[in-house]
Ligand binder design. Structure first.
Ligand SMILES: NC(=O)c1ccc[n+]([C@@H]2O[C@H](COP(=O)([O-])OP(=O)(O)OC[C@H]3O[C@@H](n4cnc5c(N)ncnc54)[C@H](O)[C@@H]3O)[C@@H](O)[C@H]2O)c1
Length: 378
């Protein structure tokens, strides 16, 4: 069992990172900047990937390498296990780590099945172990401040929200690993590239999805799952959320944006080829429009903390800081275990609706796995 009893703010929390691929480098950079963490070991079935990862960031020469995650967890007994393996392996590793007393930084999506996501969420509730999800957008500056103001009713009734994630990836990306674009291990543009944006939109809108209607398509990429998906969600508060996620756009032109519309205010925030944009407006009592960008930027600078601008460059820094605070202060992380379950449920509801050609009620009652989509495009 991992020993989390002496995890005071002055004692570094030990970490084992499992999976040494693309996203793991962001984790390593974040860990290297936090005094409250000590990376004890990394794990990969391919030892060269582990060596390459440790060599990519300074300060990890003494970190041990394992090729079996069970051995690493059993021997190191870390406080935190970071799960950065292909998505189809998240469930088994997350479950094993929690059964051995470890908190998790679990990459998105939590699992590839509704019942498995529910099991991981329930396990976290039962054990009190923390799960911080890799839902990076919750850790961007300003979004948390705006979310609190929407929740407090500053902008009045939420009417609707939209996101688009046009995150083009070519064949080189999909060919770089056999798991990419498969129903079993990855899903398509919605499950991989759009799930954290959906999580953000729902979080900002402050209500859970109760119904999903969706269509998915294969337009250009030669993968098993979708390279384009569109969906509409109805939330419990009656608001509607519109979603577009695709990897079929030009790979050198990544654009993403989310917008929330309320009775007396609206917010749009996004990225266009790496350039951020922000537009927050409210309507004053005299009917005039007021831009609030400056107000939120100043407020964010003053408050700093997890949502500091440093985290905008690597949101995983915010996630790790948040997880350390959550363990030390026994509170839920911002992107908590429930957000992991709920976003998987929503995503699989979207796939189920596309498969059945009709709206699907959420949360899904009878279970649904990404593999239930096998053969959809045949
Ligand atoms: N939050 C984000 O912004 C973000 C960004 C990218 C990827 N991700 C998520 O991170 C995960 C990994 O994505 P990636 O692009 O880094 O993948 P990747 O293929 O680049 O890396 C995965 C690594 O896991 C290793 N691996 C496979 N099976 C293993 C096992 N049983 N034990 C130990 N290691 C094993 C592979 O050898 C590989 O090195 C995915 O779930 C993905 O959705 C999240």
């Amino acid at each position: 069992m991992a020993d989390n009893s002496n995890s005071s703010a002055s004692t570094p929390l030990s970490v084992v990172l499992i999976g040494c691929g693309r996203v793991a480098e962001k984790h390593l950079k974040a860990i290297s900047k936090l005094k409250g963490l000590e990376l004890k070991a990394v794990v990969d079935v391919n030892p060269d990937s582990a060596k390459r990862l440790l060599g990519s960031v300074k300060g990890f020469a003494a970190t041990r390498i394992f090729n079996d995650y069970k051995e690493a967890i059993d021997e190191v007994k870390p406080s935190i296990v970071s799960v950065t393996v292909p998505s189809g392996l998240h469930f088994q590793i997350a479950k094993y780590a929690m059964e051995h007393g470890c908190n998790l930084l679990l990459e998105k999506p939590m699992t590839m099945s509704v019942s498995e996501a529910r099991e991981i969420f329930e396990l976290s509730k039962k054990t009190g172990l923390k799960i911080a999800m890799g839902h990076i957008y919750r850790y961007l500056p300003i979004v948390g401040l705006v979310r609190n103001d929407i929740a407090e009713g500053k902008y009045g009734k939420v009417t609707h929200g939209t996101i688009y994630v046009r995150w083009g990836h070519g064949d080189d990306y999909y060919n770089s690993a056999a798991w990419r674009g498969t129903w079993k291990s990855d899903g398509g543009a919605l499950m991989n590239q759009t799930i954290h944006a959906i999580d953000l939109l729902i979080w900002l809108m402050g209500s859970e999805p109760e119904e999903a209607s969706a269509m998915i398509a294969q337009r250009i990429r030669k993968i098993e799952a979708e390279d384009l998906g569109m969906a509409v969600l109805r939330l419990e508060n009656g608001a509607l959320a519109q979603i577009e996620g695709t990897t079929a756009t030009i790979p050198s032109k990544h654009t993403a944006e989310f917008s929330v519309f309320c009775e007396n205010g609206q917010l749009s925030m996004g990225l266009d080829s790496g350039k951020p944009h922000l537009n927050i407006f409210t309507v004053k009592p005299d009917g005039r429009l007021k831009k609030l960008n400056g107000y939120y930027i100043r407020k964010q600078f003053k408050e700093g903390g997890i949502f500091s601008y440093k985290c905008a460059l690597n949101p995983h820094l915010g996630i790790y800081k948040d997880l350390c605070d959550s363990i030390n202060e026994d509170k839920d992380p911002i992107a908590d275990a429930y957000s992991g379950f709920s976003s998987v449920d929503t995503l699989l509801g979207i796939y189920k609706s596309a498969k059945e050609g009709k709206p699907v009620e959420l949360p899904i009652k009878d279970g649904f796995n990404s593999t239930d989509m096998t053969g959809f495009f045949d």
